[in-house]
Design a protein around this ligand. Structure first.
Ligand SMILES: Nc1ncnc2c1ncn2[C@@H]1O[C@H](COP(=O)(O)OP(=O)(O)OP(=O)(O)O)[C@@H](O)[C@H]1O
Ligand SMILES: [Mg+2]
Length: 487
């Protein structure tokens, strides 16, 4: 471990490569990085970037994906082979699931979407340079060929999910996916498998909620001929079929307790026997489990084993409900319209804006599955080519009466904003943003600063913004430390 003073010094003089064909991006990054005390080296294309890497000892590279000649992603892969301790942050104007997953898999430090917040980049650069040189270990695995992405969505939640999929696909870690029904848990499991080293091996799914418990044991473990009445032949179970691939234990929360112990033993020992057999079968499977139950609740009610929970929850993935990431709704509707027109041989449809805003406001208790089914049935019943407001099912118009405590901030805000927006539109006012934002920022910062006793460094960290930005906001919002709480 180096001494703190040295680390600080080397951080400040760190050489950073900026590879982007866009002049304005190079310009803004050069200015920001040099002001922050780093030494930027600018390149417009891959050959120029290589020259810098050859000449200077570069610690970090900011690499654009869309470049003339060679794309930034394959360049990132190549240079990580040559310079394994180089930190890379990938930047892109068009973020896709494929690019995000592939970049993370290649071992880049992070992935940001343009236009980016310059404070965010500064923070990221700082964090990347804080990673000690020798503790970095990259499991590099071959990139998957580009197929259609399984998951759709451009919200922050989805971007973080793509990154998580990329990170975990490069490993053999056990994954536990938790989320409400219809949020895409199975698609996430399939994506991890498809991007992993096991992609050419089987993905074997078993749904613990759909199979009667007395059949589940033989489904999982298989059985020998004559093991029980009706066992006329030897049968290989899912554990055996998944041996070199991925076993997806869907709805794991519904697995009977007795089987939970048996499964735990297999996970620990990586060996099992078929029912009615004595031959020890060794398995090398990777396990992904999913559930819509709150497993900690089940544990408290003695319906789920704690030890199994810890065995499974090695890499947790929690997927938010659709109403917590409403900005994905229009993108998903578009996706299902296209998918529907391919699958159902009906012409391509469009959704009129008024109808789209109803879809975007609805609560979707059944999440993406409910949205998909709604879009499909609208496509079938629609004859005009455009899905209009009056063709939407009536239940979509009902504002779900939510108790106060369950109403999300977004819902409260959209209720409160309705009149304000109407008014601004009517009078064509040009200051709506400046009127609204302080009303959100002021209470947020006031509360946070009070709870952090005006420790601005801590508050900035919790907000995920940089300290200067916070200081400016405090000034412009006119916030005062009333009780002399400042440290
Ligand atoms: N991000 C997404 N992009 C596109 N389609 C999605 C996405 N997430 C889910 N879907 C679609 O929504 C449906 C439900 O997804 P999936 O079966 O993976 O959800 P689940 O969480 O496993 O649901 P359940 O708990 O009901 O089993 C599927 O038809 C799937 O194709
Ligand atoms: Mg499912």
């Amino acid at each position: 471990m180096s001494k703190p003073a040295e680390t600080e010094q080397s951080k400040e003089s760190s050489k950073i490569l900026v590879l982007d064909d866009e002049h304005s991006i190079r310009w803004v990054l050069e200015r920001t990085l040099s002001q922050a005390g780093y030494i930027p080296h600018l390149a417009t294309d891959v050959p120029e970037a290589r020259q810098h890497l050859g000449k200077h000892s570069i610690r970090l590279a900011l690499v654009d994906i869309n470049l003339p000649g060679q794309d930034g992603l394959s360049f990132a892969r190549e240079i990580l082979e040559e310079y394994p301790s180089l930190m890379i942050i990938v930047m892109t104007g068009q973020s896709t699931m494929y690019n995000t997953v592939e970049a993370m898999k290649a071992g880049v430090f992070d992935y940001v979407t343009k236009p980016f917040d310059i404070d965010e980049i500064e923070e990221l650069v700082k964090r990347a340079l804080r990673v000690p040189l020798n503790t970095r270990e990259i499991t590099r695995i071959k990139s998957r060929k580009k197929e259609d992405d399984l998951l759709t969505g451009q919200s922050k939640v989805m971007h973080d999910l793509y990154k998580a999929i990329g990170r975990v696909s490069a490993t053999d870690l056990t994954v536990l996916i938790q989320g409400e029904s219809g949020t895409g848990k199975e698609l996430i499991a399939r994506s991890i498998h498809q991007h992993s080293l096991r992609a050419s091996q089987p993905f074997v799914a078993i749904n613990c909620a759909a199979i009667p418990s007395e059949l589940m044991e033989s489904e999982l473990f298989g059985h020998e001929k004559g093991a029980f009445t009706g066992a006329t032949d030897r049968k290989r179970g899912k554990l055996e079929l998944a041996s070199q691939g991925t076993l997806f234990l869907d709805e794991i929360g519904d697995m009977p307790m007795r089987l939970q112990s048996k499964l735990l033993r297999v996970l620990q020992e990586k060996q099992f026997e078929r029912l009615g057999g004595h031959e020890l079968i060794t398995t090398n499977m990777r396990v992904i489990a999913a559930t819509h139950h709150d497993l900690e609740n089940l544990i408290n009610n003695s319906q789920f084993r704690t030890d199994l929970y810890y065995r499974l929850n090695v890499f947790p993935v929690n997927i938010a409900s659709l109403r917590e990431r409403r900005e994905d709704i229009p993108v998903l509707v578009e996706h299902f319209l296209q998918k529907g027109s391919k699958e159902m041989a009906v012409g391509c449809k469009a959704v009129e804006p008024e109808a789209m805003s109803v879809l975007a406001r609805y609560n979707w208790p059944g999440n993406i599955r409910e949205l998909e089914n709604t879009v499909k049935s609208l496509m079938i019943t629609n004859v005009t080519g455009t899905i209009m407001l009056d063709s939407l099912p009536k239940n979509l118009f009902k504002r779900q009466p939510l108790p106060d405590s369950e109403e999300s901030l977004e819902e409260v805000a959209s209720r409160k904003l309705e009149a304000l927006v109407k008014d601004a539109v009517q009078f064509d006012r040009g200051s709506l943003m400046a009127e609204v934002l302080p009303q959100v920022e002021r209470p947020l910062l006031n509360l946070l600063l009070e709870q952090t006793r005006w420790n601005q460094q801590r508050a900035a960290r919790i907000l995920g913004i940089n300290r200067n930005t916070l200081r400016k906001k405090i000034e412009t919002l006119g916030l005062k430390n009333q009780r002399g709480l400042e440290k």
